[in-house]
Design a protein around this ligand. Structure first.
Ligand SMILES: [Zn+2]
Length: 606
């Protein structure tokens, strides 16, 4: 019909211009709007790596990507692309120096703003980005905070994956839960566009339109909705161009009915168990647990369910590592997630394995965070779990976190694989992730929308001792490693490590927080540490030292690192001594060395 109109109106030049504009706009979907900025950018040929393009095929050695601005123009071997642009003198050749390139990873289930805390969210996003994650799906929180984060991530104003998020819908009784109340602070949960209560009387067209107005890409169907309501929401959300992301069990709507409504993704494998139970709770808040002992992943109910999912292309967001993490963390006091485990881990693993074997598409979603001082986010654990316990090859696990995830988010035209026309989003690893999925932890660089991030620039939000500090070698190869090594030194009181970290001559100066005047020269600095109780070989310190809000500036000839030091008990940081600190580093053939150190104390209680 649109074509017919175009033919009729194509007479005047003005209309032709208008058509050109419409065609341009059609080509420029929101996800690839950056292509406009690619005009005039030089063509760059990135080479010197093995390519895993995310399409599921075997890696290509000596591969290359031709990019212009934010967009991939061509993919091939280095030889092919060199030949293709042999006559263009303006081509820029960029040698990535070996390693493995794969599409930027996607965590399909995170929560950035349940009770928004901008500082914590930015720290988590920074860690995700530097770990190779270039997109995330947020599964409901405060829509005001999410819109702000998503904007800043998109514009590169914060170091962050691109953020796609949801607006939640549930039955009215669900909103007594403290989480949606936190996410609607200042307003009424259930009556804000990002957290809406739905009843049989709800005007669903208006409700979906309000959700869409929050800039969310999907509706999250959470709980306490009858099948009729799930159907209505799903139909209308799709009609308005939104994705629909549901819990597997919507109470009372069971998994098979959720899938039959046509939702795009269902979350949490363990709750599929309700499909196999004769009785199930009618509302979300309950203490009932499916009778896992009587359930088998091989049962016919799951065969029927997975066949339906496969036929419809419904994606399973299993969140498998969540269940194993719960089990482990339940043993720890002060656990961040006090909910009792509602899952049998072995059953969950069997069910994911079965779904995968039957050809159901599965995405890697986590729904939890690793501790703030962990150098990697939860996604790496989910992928390791899929390979170790759910029958995935490493390549299949990578697909779960790239191509399949992009489809779950509805942005597979722009991201998820490395193909011509897609955004320049990729990870460069030192070691082959197909040989061992844990090699995803050998990340060297991350490119998001063609902006380049180097892993060595990353420091965790909280710097604590290096995990392998039992060894005799301290890593001083980068400013970030240097800061962590210095913290390790203070957690071991090892006088030998003072030798390894400071320049050993009169250039060294040191302002201590408890000593007036400058300490000059290496020998005096050794004595200062001895005065604190440092001994050769190390000893148990009286308290723990860690650093929060680290900053890092590599200035070429020197580097400056700093942060807020804490000394005390990390479980009770409010009682710990603390203050600002600055360390000036210089590069030497052996690595970075401290040439100046400055400590101060904040007033107690500050
Ligand atoms: Zn969640």
């Amino acid at each position: 019909m649109r074509t017919a109109q175009v033919v009729h109106l194509a007479a005047s030049g003005l209309v032709r211009a208008a058509i050109a504009l419409v065609v341009m706009m059609a080509l420029t979907s929101p996800a690839s709007s950056q292509e406009e900025q690619s005009d005039g950018a030089p063509l760059e040929i990135l080479h010197g790596f093995t390519l895993i393009d995310g399409l599921g095929g075997q890696p290509v050695e000596d591969a290359a990507l031709a990019i212009r601005g934010h967009t991939i123009m061509e993919v091939g071997t280095h030889h092919e692309l060199q030949a293709q642009w042999a006559n263009d003198p303006n081509v820029i050749s960029v040698d990535l120096g070996g390693g493995f390139v794969l599409p930027g990873l996607i965590d399909a289930h995170i929560h950035l703003a349940t009770a928004p805390n901008r500082e914590n969210a930015e720290a988590e996003l920074r860690r995700l980005l530097y770990s190779g994650v270039t997109a995330v799906r947020d599964m409901a929180g405060d829509g005001r905070a999410l819109a702000s984060l998503a904007r800043d991530a998109r514009l590169g104003e914060i170091q962050s994956p691109d953020i796609y998020y949801s607006a939640l819908m549930a039955g009215p009784s669900f909103f007594d839960d403290p989480r949606p109340q936190a996410s609607a602070a200042g307003e009424v949960a259930g009556k804000v566009p990002w957290m809406q209560a739905v009843t049989p009387d709800t005007d669903i067209v208006e409700t979906v339109a309000a959700a869409k107005g929050t800039y969310a890409q999907g509706i999250k169907i959470y709980a306490n909705l009858e099948p009729e309501e799930v159907n209505r929401i799903t139909y209308e959300a799709h009609r308005q161009g939104m994705r629909v992301w549901a819990h597997t069990m919507v109470f009372p709507t069971r998994p098979l009915n959720v899938v039959r409504s046509g939702v795009d993704v269902v979350s949490h494998v363990c709750r599929l168990a309700w499909e196999g139970m004769a009785e199930a709770p009618s509302e979300y808040h309950h203490n009932q647990r499916p009778d896992f002992d009587k359930l088998s992943a091989e049962a016919n109910v799951f065969t029927e369910l997975f066949e339906e999912m496969k036929q419809r292309g419904t994606i399973l967001d299993a969140t498998l590592a969540l269940y194993t993490e719960f089990d482990e963390r339940m043993l720890l006091p002060g656990s961040p997630n006090p909910t009792p485990p509602q899952c049998d881990v072995d059953f969950a693993r069997d069910l994911v394995r079965r779904a995968h074997a039957m050809g159901v598409d599965i995405v890697a979603g986590t729904d939890f965070s690793t501790p703030a001082n962990d150098p990697f986010p939860a996604l790496h654990k989910e992928l390791e779990e899929l390979v170790a316990h759910a029958g995935f090859t490493a390549l299949e696990a990578l697909t779960a976190a790239t191509a399949t995830a992009a489809r779950a988010l509805g942005v597979d035209k722009a991201i998820g694989t490395l193909e011509p026309g897609k955004d320049v989003n990729f990870v460069l690893l030192d070691a082959d992730p197909i040989e061992d999925i844990s090699n995803l932890r050998t990340v060297r660089e991350v490119w998001k929308n063609a902006a380049r991030f180097t892993r060595t620039d990353f420091v965790p939000a909280q710097v604590t001792a290096a995990e392998s500090s039992s060894g005799s070698e301290l890593d001083t190869s980068t400013p970030a490693a240097m800061l962590q090594s210095w913290v390790s030194m203070w957690q071991s009181y090892n006088l030998d490590w003072v030798d390894d970290l400071f320049v050993q001559d009169d250039r060294l100066t040191y302002f201590s927080s408890e000593f007036e005047g400058v300490i000059e020269g290496f020998d005096a600095v050794i004595e200062h540490h001895r005065g604190f109780g440092f001994v050769p070989g190390g000893t148990e310190p009286s308290a723990e030292l860690w650093v929060e809000r680290p900053v890092m500036k590599d200035l070429g000839e020197t580097a400056v690192v700093g942060g807020v030091w804490y000394f005390g008990n990390r479980e009770a940081p409010e009682d710990a001594g603390r203050g600002p600190m600055t360390i000036v580093l210089i590069p030497t053939p052996e690595g970075y060395r401290i040439v100046h150190m400055h400590f101060a104390n904040y007033e107690p209680g500050a």
